[in-house]
Write a protein that binds this ligand. Structure first.
Ligand code: NCD
Length: 324
């Protein structure tokens, strides 16, 4: 059976740690003069992007190339999708050209799973973000970044037990938050959430260690090891979720004053793209505590590990039906 990575919920703690350990090996390759392994020579990886992306798309492309796979990057804009071609026909066309793995980003929640369950194609499928649902490789790279910053690059085999993470902002529309809530918990971290009530979904209330509605109180009470700021996802908002951007920034943003109130070693994370001046100030984003660019760099190593895992059937990932 093909391995697919569709949801963070498919991963046990041991499997997650195995992927993080493989990522650490890949990171060593990425530090070398010749950043290439022959591992996926002869395999073809298709990046299928129906939604805009900078970081995720480029890092999957680079990850596949660094493992010597052939890579096709396909974006729906400018393809036959704009002529009305269906997901089924699009993917079957790509498989006919010899794809072994499909990395898919789609605006519809559940698209990656639909593809995996459809029987349309016989490829390993990696979810690179489906609507507001999940983004498992982002959660893996965030966990890798946390582990490396807190326990050091050589910390193989370790989880995140006792690490306190405060996820902040537009949780409702964030697939990053959803996957992180699942994966960080699997790794033993204590996950807190803080958001305006209009942007706090039920799953966060159920899954978080504690729910907060006041950012300053949450910082004071939790004393987090990391704050994970989320982009305000204007493109997914069909109503008014807060009165004005100025007010959002004042109450929910990591302003320079709020940044100064964080514990001394508290990390500042953001998956990008950032709305500087809205959810995060430049003082916070460009500080030594910020991991924003490290997250991007780690994304390549983590996606190398994921492509290797999926294509080599190295870990027996839980099928989705058993994951939820
Ligand atoms: C995120 C995404 O696309 O879900 N970005 C990313 O993958 N680095 C977060 C976002 O768009 O806000």
């Amino acid at each position: 059976m093909r391995n697919h990575l569709l949801s963070a919920a498919q991963l046990t703690s041991a499997q997650t740690i195995a992927i993080l350990d493989t990522s650490a090996e890949m990171a060593k390759v990425n530090e070398r003069e010749i950043k290439k392994l022959p591992t996926l020579r002869g395999k073809t990886v298709v990046n299928l992007f129906f939604e805009d992306s900078t970081r995720t798309r480029i890092s999957f492309e680079l990850a596949a190339k660094r493992l010597s796979a052939d890579v096709i990057s396909f974006s729906a804009k400018g393809s036959s999708v704009s002529k009305g071609e269906s997901l089924k026909d699009t993917t079957q066309t790509l498989e006919a050209m010899g794809a072994d793995a499909v990395v898919i980003r789609h605006w519809a929640s559940g698209a990656a799973q639909t593809l995996a369950n459809s029987g349309w194609i016989d490829c390993g499928i990696v979810n690179a973000g489906d609507g507001t649902h999940e983004h498992p490789t982002q959660a893996l790279l965030d966990a890798y970044t946390l582990r490396t910053r807190i326990h050091g690059a050589g910390a193989l085999g370790r989880d995140l037990a006792g690490v306190k993470v405060l996820i902040v902002g537009d949780i409702l529309h964030s697939r990053v938050a959803r996957s992180n809530l699942i994966l960080l918990r699997t790794l033993g971290a204590e996950v807190h959430v803080v958001a305006p009530p209009t942007l706090m979904p039920m799953h966060a209330v159920e899954w978080a260690a504690q729910v907060h509605f006041n950012f300053d109180d949450a910082i004071r009470d939790v004393q987090p090891d990391a704050v994970m700021m989320l982009r305000v996802q204007g493109e997914r908002m069909n109503a008014s979720y807060f009165p004005s951007e100025r007010e959002y920034s004042k109450i929910w943003g990591l302003t320079s004053e709020r940044f100064a109130s964080l514990p001394e070693k508290c990390l500042v994370m953001h998956p990008g793209p950032m709305n500087r001046g809205l959810e995060i100030s430049s003082v916070a984003a460009d500080s030594p505590q910020s991991t924003v660019l490290e997250q991007v760099a780690n994304g390549v190593s983590v996606r190398m590990a994921v492509l290797f895992t999926v294509l080599s059937n190295d870990l027996n990932l839980k099928p989705m039906e058993d994951a939820e």
